[in-house]
Design a protein around this ligand. Structure first.
Ligand SMILES: Cc1cc2nc3c(=O)[nH]c(=O)nc-3n(C[C@H](O)[C@H](O)[C@H](O)COP(=O)(O)OP(=O)(O)OC[C@H]3O[C@@H](n4cnc5c(N)ncnc54)[C@H](O)[C@@H]3O)c2cc1C
Length: 422
């Protein structure tokens, strides 16, 4: 069997690309996804719950890529949008200063508008569903407030969330499912791809892990930054190592005077600083949201959102080896968080003397940038020097100084629209 376009991975980007390209009834689009379909009423779809399992016992909708630090990805129709935190914020305007091709200001804005529909929720049904708990509202008062607007600014902003009735509204709900009745769109869950078929320097299709081949005029890799890198290196299409960027995070922990009421979402509010940090005003101890996580203490996070240094992705046998870069300079933001948590304004919530900086440097599970557009791919995701292949997922972001989810979907809309007219 042969498709015009074969999309590998029905994640945040893959669902959009498949929907856009199958609008043309003459184009036969096949989507192969390693993971299962997760029904909308499954417990794991609740926003106040992250069901991921562990590196040794992964949940059915999660795939783990390592345990030092633990890296996890969605493994389901909908990809990481099935398991993520639901934070759906645009990147900053100036992130796009160096972007080229179709990524001009108007096109970028229109694609974000489609997704977050500033005022009407958009295809991803986005809103700030929550009044943050009292401790978060007290923390918010320590920084200037950004006026409500679609684009993030410097200061405090309530986090927009993609949900319906407190359940994650995924890329599959918004894009793939509405298109699934099209006779020219064939979606195959539970179909992991084992490698790419390369013939005379051209990618001609894929090998399925279960055996057999699928051939296509063009293969679009949407397997996520880690999944796509693993496939490219394992197939010998690109030699490793590849770079990888991450929003690394330091946690400032404290003991709470009283246990807060259960909150609908882990991260109701963030502060963006002029120095490129994101201060995360978490609602509570992560263990109240992440199934199986060890009970610890509540925390405020400080993430470096404009990292200068890349980590590395290598293949070790058939295992992807991920080395993340260390966190860059965020000392000023960490010191400010310690000062605020220790101040009289927070005394009602924070046990005196309990504030401390956790020595473990965490990740945000945002890995991006292994095949940045303008460097290793063109502005439509075509991989330099490899015919028959594109990459459209987190791999191709050159930079992103908010959570990447909204921006990956925005890029998939812009590229999908361009490819429709090629
Ligand atoms: C736990 C967690 C929390 C997060 N929270 C947030 C948040 O709150 N806000 C935010 O902005 N970002 C968040 N992120 C990041 C964000 O969700 C991802 O960056 C984004 O969804 C990635 O989109 P993608 O299209 O690149 O890949 P994905 O959505 O990960 O899709 C890749 C798909 O490809 C499939 N696949 C992989 N390999 C193969 C193969 N060999 N064969 C077939 N299929 C394959 C996978 O199963 C998956 O479905 C979070 C991520 C995680 C894991």
């Amino acid at each position: 069997m042969s498709a015009d376009v074969l999309v590998v991975g029905a994640g945040s980007a893959g669902c959009v690309v498949a929907e856009r390209l199958s609008r043309d009834p003459q184009r036969r689009v096949v989507v192969v996804e390693a993971g299962p379909v997760v029904p909308a009423d499954d417990d794991s779809r609740r926003l106040d719950r992250l069901v991921l399992g562990s590196p040794t016992h992964p949940a059915p909708c999660a795939r783990w890529y390592g345990d030092r630090p633990p890296l996890v990805r969605g493994h389901a129709v909908g990809g990481s949008s099935v398991v993520n935190g639901g934070y759906f914020l645009r990147a900053h305007h100036d992130d796009f200063d160096g972007w080229g091709g179709p990524f001009d200001t108007v096109t970028i804005s229109q694609a974000y508008d489609e997704l977050d529909g500033w005022g009407n929720g958009g295809t991803m049904t986005v809103d700030s569903l929550h009044v943050p708990p009292p401790v978060v509202r007290s923390l918010e008062r320590a920084w200037p407030r950004t006026p409500p607007r679609p684009w993030p600014g410097i200061g405090v902003q309530r986090v927009p969330v993609n949900h319906r009735g407190g359940r994650r509204w995924t890329a599959a709900d918004a894009y793939l499912d509405p298109a699934s009745r099209r006779p020219n769109l064939d979606v195959r869950p539970g179909s992991p791809v084992g490698g790419l078929l390369v013939e005379r320097g051209r990618v001609a299709g894929v090998r399925l892990a279960s055996g057999g081949e699928l051939r296509a005029g063009e293969v679009i890799l949407c397997a996520g930054t880690l999944g796509t890198a693993a496939l490219l290196m394992a197939s010998g299409v690109l030699p490793g190592p590849l770079p990888v960027f991450e929003h690394r995070e330091i946690l400032v922990r404290y003991s709470a005077r009283t246990r807060p009421e259960p909150a609908p979402v882990l991260l109701p509010s963030v502060v963006h600083t002029a120095g490129g940090a994101e201060i995360r005003l978490y609602a509570d101890d992560f263990a109240r949201f992440i199934q199986g996580a060890r009970r610890s203490s509540p925390a405020v996070g400080v993430a470096e959102m404009r990292p200068a240094q890349a980590g590395e992705l290598r293949l070790d046998g058939d295992r992807l080896d991920v080395h993340l870069a260390p966190i860059g300079p965020v000392d000023d933001a960490v010191a400010r968080v310690v000062e605020v948590l220790s101040s009289a304004d927070l005394a009602e919530h924070v046990v005196d003397g309990s504030v401390h900086v956790d020595p473990v440097i965490g990740t945000s599970q945002h890995a991006w940038g292994a095949l940045a557009m303008g460097e290793r791919t063109d502005w439509l995701g075509a991989v330099d020097g490899v015919r028959g292949l594109r990459v459209v997922d987190g791999s191709i972001l050159p930079n992103v100084s908010s959570g990447p989810h909204a921006t990956i979907m925005m890029a998939a809309i812009v590229i999908g629209d361009q490819l429709r007219s090629l």
